[in-house]
Design a protein around this ligand. Structure first.
Ligand SMILES: [Zn+2]
Ligand SMILES: [Zn+2]
Length: 395
């Protein structure tokens, strides 16, 4: 039996929690206030165990059902972004320059609400539920750290689920994909030349010229070296050089990101980038070093059987027309990937829930909104319950 609706009071509480978190956003690994709010509410909900300080500021709560069974993990990310909020909302950020522009305030409020909901129903809960609140999703690799510090162990989780707000579908809809996010690696290039007067280019080795040729030539790694049917992206996102209109600087820095759906393609892009950058720099009499920024994020690959479970719960709960298949491959990355089986974790699912917003994620106008809360809470709670009950697709 699915849980099909929530009381008005319960929903009001969920909204209050989200607005409180939205008002007090914190950057990756600085989620002190958010984490203590999470710990407090999990304890108030009567969870059997609440561990804080897992992977920095992460929190893991454990709810034991009255019936013995498997363990399912549910994960939310807690961090905000360095953006000056311009929503004009009554609960807009009070932490200037920091904002919940990726909707993680919604994710936390949803997961806390699921904990409260399932704790109230623990008598009929056929197993255990682990609630994982991770820090630093936005590039800090908080998921990886939580994994290394045993977030999925003791008791060992059998599966893990996570959701993300998505303005591409409406509130009350979900969007599914077998590979919802891509593999990603950031890079930094330091180009060395020889500086000099702008009027005497012949006496210099111009790092801006070298950088420009690298940016252009690197695109051939995607267009000429990668199989056309295998998604690949190389984007240069920062080009830093120089101080004045008549000085050729001695060096330049390029920052960028590479994306692919398969790790082997990601590594091919990385190797191609280095080969071309080195060759171009040498040809033009300069030199370049290239280094990775952080570690590569693997792609999120959803478990096919669990994806059917989410599809079935979505269809029964929201209606068939509200379970949308993501068409084009998305090239965003998610460190939820570190919790999954291919990285030594467990089978899992990452799905998207519709939010009402004309604005994109990571903009100063984005807001997760309140309409998305009820369907998201019900999806998570029912998916956890159905997984524990062992009801797979079509049963
Ligand atoms: Zn984000
Ligand atoms: Zn996000």
């Amino acid at each position: 039996m699915l849980i099909e609706s929530l009381s008005e009071q319960f929903l009001q509480d969920a909204e209050d929690i989200r607005e409180d978190i939205h008002r007090h956003p914190e950057l990756g690994y600085e989620e002190e206030r958010t984490a203590s709010l999470v710990s407090r509410l999990l304890e108030e909900a009567g969870l059997d165990q609440v561990r804080s300080g897992v992977g920095g500021t992460g929190v893991v709560g454990l709810l034991r059902g009255a019936k013995r069974g498997r363990t399912v993990a549910l994960r939310a990310d807690m961090d905000a972004l360095p953006i000056l909020e311009q929503t004009g909302l009554p609960y807009a950020s009070e932490n200037e320059g920091v904002m919940h522009a990726c909707g993680h305030d919604g994710h936390v409020a949803v997961l806390l609400s699921v904990a409260r909901l399932l704790a109230d129903r623990r008598q009929s809960l056929p197993g255990d539920v682990k609630f994982i609140f991770q820090p630093a999703e936005e590039g800090g690799g908080g998921g990886r750290r939580m994994m290394q510090e045993g977030a999925l162990d003791d008791p060992h989780a059998d599966a893990i689920f996570a959701l993300h707000g998505y303005s591409g579908v409406e509130p009350g809809q979900i969007a599914l994909s077998p590979t919802p996010t891509a593999a990603m690696l950031g890079f930094r290039m330091e180009i060395k030349g020889r500086g000099g007067h702008g009027s005497m280019p012949n006496t210099t080795v111009d790092p801006i010229m070298i950088g420009s040729e690298i940016v252009v030539a690197a695109q051939t790694v995607v267009s000429r070296e990668t199989h056309p049917a295998r998604p690949a992206v190389i984007s240069f996102c920062a080009f830093q050089a120089g101080t004045k209109e008549n000085i050729i600087p001695p060096e330049a820095t390029l920052l960028g990101t590479i994306r692919a759906v398969e790790m082997d393609v990601l590594y091919e892009l990385r190797a191609g980038l280095e080969r071309i950058a080195t060759g171009v720099a040498e040809t033009l009499r300069g030199s370049v070093t290239i280094e990775d920024i952080g570690v590569p994020y693997p792609p999120v690959k959803n478990d096919p059987e669990l994806l059917e479970l989410v599809r079935r719960v979505g269809t029964e709960l929201l209606g068939r027309q509200n379970v949308v298949e993501m068409g084009e491959q998305r090239m965003g990355a998610e460190d939820f990937a570190f919790f999954l089986a291919e990285q030594g974790g467990v089978p899992g699912i990452f799905f998207r829930v519709g939010v009402r917003s004309d604005e994109n994620l990571h903009t100063a106008q984005f807001d997760f909104g309140s309409e998305a809360l009820e369907p998201a809470i019900l999806m998570m709670a029912n998916v956890a319950n159905e997984f524990l009950a062992g009801r797979a697709a079509g049963e």
